[in-house]
Design a protein around this ligand. Structure first.
Ligand code: 3H9
Length: 713
């Protein structure tokens, strides 16, 4: 028998175990192994029932996404087909019980639903997350799930892609029993009960009582499509999955399956699926650092200490507390500490109100955060994170102080978003223990952490930072130490170009609309107003001496700053804000822009949305190419992950570098060259971009070729 699938017996029940680590994906060989095991189990007269279980840490986490990647890019022999194995399971003459621990996701849940019954441990998760990959369930999930849970719940689960825990799955009807204690023994006992009871086997495909009526379902499908449009803007799969579920409610099972397959094939052939599958693997590749092997020892982070209880410090404290890490939170003044705590409490209360977790959980988390005005207890901390104001002198002073207090094996991290981590480390006696941990606001929510590796940062410290990011539920991306690191370094030219666009004739709202239509979570001017015009202004002052004389400088930032329009916090910036912080286009700003442009002799014209997108996105891509070649990012895909998880770049476009590949690097470079001719130096094509465009290749291919070279480091 194939070693991917094993067959044993326990108490008169055949136990089929899938062993395809790490997550028991349905790779080639697994369906074949399952069929062989089922055949053998049925022939075995001593086995009265069958249990299918996952070996290792999980049940089945889905179809093998590597297979889907091949199918999406037109390689391989097309997307896998699971119909035969599903029918084989469902048509088994002996009761089949699926025993779920870990996750049953996507194809994993689809296999489970072909069983006659399902049991799960309390913390198991089940779901149809395919929309996150730009596809729909393609193994009859859209047909079986509504038969188990009803049309409304199926629409919700498939459109949101969110997995649910076993107790909720039980309530909905996805599973039949929650097993406390040993899963296999519980599943075997349940299978024996079923065999004792006898009678016809329950086949999911034959159920219909939850499929509803045409009249009721119509409003559910309409609401589902609304939900898809709102929560998954511009995406194909979340809308299409509703069509597939509609087929389940209106067509016989086999025809519904055919319809599902057509839609699945349409989705997997889309740019969106390719981009989202790229994003899936890119997110996992970032943790692989060529000179830092997986076995690198890491420091155990049990106690953290944070300096600064402002927006960043408070958010980081919450992120730590959410992961069960106790935190000392230091401020200089009681009032600031009180403000920080009040904000944290309010954030937690909102989560409790929304039902995300209970009051008890909130109390536990708040109890892990210890506010204080001194360095008391900092000598016990495993990690100290400085989250003070973005100022080198201040940061160096703090690092000088904590270096004296912290124990030798304590990591010293700065949450700086732009500053030189080596200069910060230089005031300490432990260069190897210093690292940048650039969290993004709100730090308790945003998934990205840029891990800034200084020239002396030790491998163990980098490995610890990566492990910590994972523990906090975040994505840590290791970046080099240059101004703004990767994310903000690319953001600077993006913001500058957006200002040039309004000086030349666009309005802030036109630019923002074009960007959000492109898929960005927020427009750049809305981002500016949220972060604070004063913050931008201060960054500019610090870098003014680096600006070449004679080069065009954006004009509006100064004007807004001196007009006291500092963004949301003053009720006005690029926009005006009402009492609910809703942005409203402001004729005063339009007038100020027109006056500024006239004074500077900048001719104004009508700009197309296409030009806005090209100038905002291509300028980032060009900077990204420079960053890559200079070695501040390891891979183009790392830059993508930074923009997808920290800057609201749309997942279905795969990140800026992937997007450049899909447009075609030659096309991108030629347009950049045109803009260079029109607008000068800022647009000089990056040498790497020139080379890749000339040789007709892609950033993805460059990553792949370098991956071999890096592996040899
Ligand atoms: C589907 O099922 C389509 C069907 O409807 C029908 C088709 C016809 N395949 O995330 P981790 C790898 S679509 C291949 O770090 P965690 C992953 O790349 C699929 N590989 O662990 C990584 O490899 P490496 C629907 C997979 O504990 C390693 O496993 N299912 C797959 O943080 C560890 O992953 C999903 O969308 C896969 N399906 O999280 C679930 N899954 O070590 C996708 C994982 O070489 N998976 N790998 O970098 C997940 O959400 C998480 O991996 C999971 C574990 C929650 C399971």
């Amino acid at each position: 028998m194939d070693k991917l699938v094993n067959l044993t017996t326990q108490d008169g029940v055949a136990v089929i175990t899938i062993n395809n680590p790490p997550v028991n994906a349905i790779s080639p060989g697994v369906p074949e192994g399952l069929v062989a095991a089922l055949d053998a189990a049925e022939k075995d007269s001593s086995a009265r029932a069958i249990v299918i279980i996952g070996g290792g840490r999980t049940f089945i986490a889905g179809a093998d996404i590597k297979e889907l990647e091949l199918a999406a890019s037109g390689r391989g022999s097309g997307p896998p087909k699971f119909h035969d194995i599903l029918a084989r399971i469902e048509d088994s003459t002996k009761p089949v019980v699926m025993a779920i621990h870990g996750t049953a996701l996507g194809g994993g849940l689809e296999v489970a639903m072909a069983g006659h019954y399902r049991v799960a441990v309390p913390d198991a998760m089940v779901g149809q997350p395919e929309v996150n990959l730009g596809i729909i369930p393609g193994a009859e999930g859209t047909q079986r799930l509504p038969r188990l849970v009803g049309v409304a719940a199926a629409v919700d689960l498939c459109v949101s892609g969110k997995p649910i825990r076993a107790p909720e799955a039980l309530k909905l009807g996805v599973i039949d029993r929650v097993i406390e204690g040993d899963l296999l023994s519980g599943a075997v006992a349940f299978a024996r009960e079923l065999a004792d009871k006898g009678g016809a086997l329950r086949k999911t495909r034959e159920l219909s009582d939850k499929l509803g009526s045409e009249f009721v379902d119509a409003s559910i499908f309409a609401a589902g499509r609304d939900q898809a449009r709102k929560t998954r803007r511009n995406m194909l799969a979340p809308l299409k999955v509703v069509d597939a579920i509609e087929a389940a409610a209106t067509l016989p099972f086999d025809e519904g399956c055919k319809k599902e397959r057509e839609i699945f094939e349409e989705c997997i052939a889309s740019d969106q699926a390719r981009a989202l599958i790229h994003a899936f693997f890119a997110e996992r590749a970032v943790a692989k650092i060529p000179d830092i092997p997986k076995e690198t020892p890491v420091y155990n982070i049990r106690q953290a200490a944070i300096i600064g209880a402002g927006t960043m410090g408070g958010g980081i404290a919450m992120a730590c507390a959410n992961a069960g890490i106790s935190v000392r939170l230091k401020e200089v003044e009681q009032a600031a500490l009180d403000r920080g705590l009040a904000t944290m409490r309010k954030n937690y209360e909102n989560s409790v109100k929304k039902g995300r977790f209970s009051q008890e959980v909130m109390d536990q988390r708040m109890a892990l955060i210890h506010p204080q005005l001194t360095y008391e207890g900092f000598d016990q901390a495993d990690l100290i994170i400085e989250a003070a104001f973005e100022n080198m002198e201040l940061k160096q002073r703090i690092f000088g102080e904590i270096d004296k207090i912290a124990k030798t094996e304590c990591l010293l991290a700065s949450n700086t978003s732009t500053l030189d981590i080596d200069a910060i480390a230089s005031v300490t006696s432990r260069l190897g223990m210093v690292i940048g941990l650039h969290f993004f606001s709100p730090a308790n929510v945003m998934r990205l952490v840029e891990i800034v590796r200084g020239k002396a940062t030790s491998k163990e410290v980098v490995a610890t930072a990566l492990a910590l990011a994972k523990k906090l539920g975040k994505v840590g991306v290791v970046v080099g130490n240059c101004w703004g690191f990767v994310g903000n370094r690319m953001m600077l030219p993006y913001m500058r170009e957006a200002q040039f666009l309004v000086e030349e004739g666009a309005t802030p709202e036109q630019v923002d609309r074009a960007l959000t239509n492109f898929g960005m979570a927020m427009g750049i001017f809305a981002v500016d107003d949220m972060g604070g015009i004063d913050v931008q202004w201060r960054v500019r002052q610090e870098r003014k001496h680096l600006e070449k004389p004679g080069l065009r400088a954006p004009l509006m930032l100064e004007k807004l700053f001196h007009a006291g329009r500092l963004g949301q916090k003053t009720g006005a910036g690029w926009y005006r804000y009402d009492e609910n912080r809703k942005a409203i286009a402001d004729p005063e700003v339009h007038a100020l822009i027109e006056k500024t442009a006239a004074e500077a002799g900048i001719p104004r014209r009508r700009l197309s949305d296409d030009e806005i997108i090209e100038r905002c996105i291509y300028i980032m891509i060009n900077e990204g190419a420079k960053i890559l070649e200079e070695g501040y990012a390891l891979r183009a895909a790392d830059i993508d992950v930074i923009y997808l998880t920290g800057y609201g770049f749309p997942g279905y476009r795969g990140g800026p570098m992937w997007y450049a590949d899909t447009v075609g690097l030659k096309k991108v470079r030629d347009r950049i060259a045109e803009l260079h001719a029109q607008h000068g130096e800022f647009w000089e094509p990056a040498p790497l971009l020139n080379r890749l465009a000339d040789s007709g290749t892609t950033f993805a291919a460059w990553d792949a070729s370098r991956e071999h070279a890096l592996a040899a480091v």
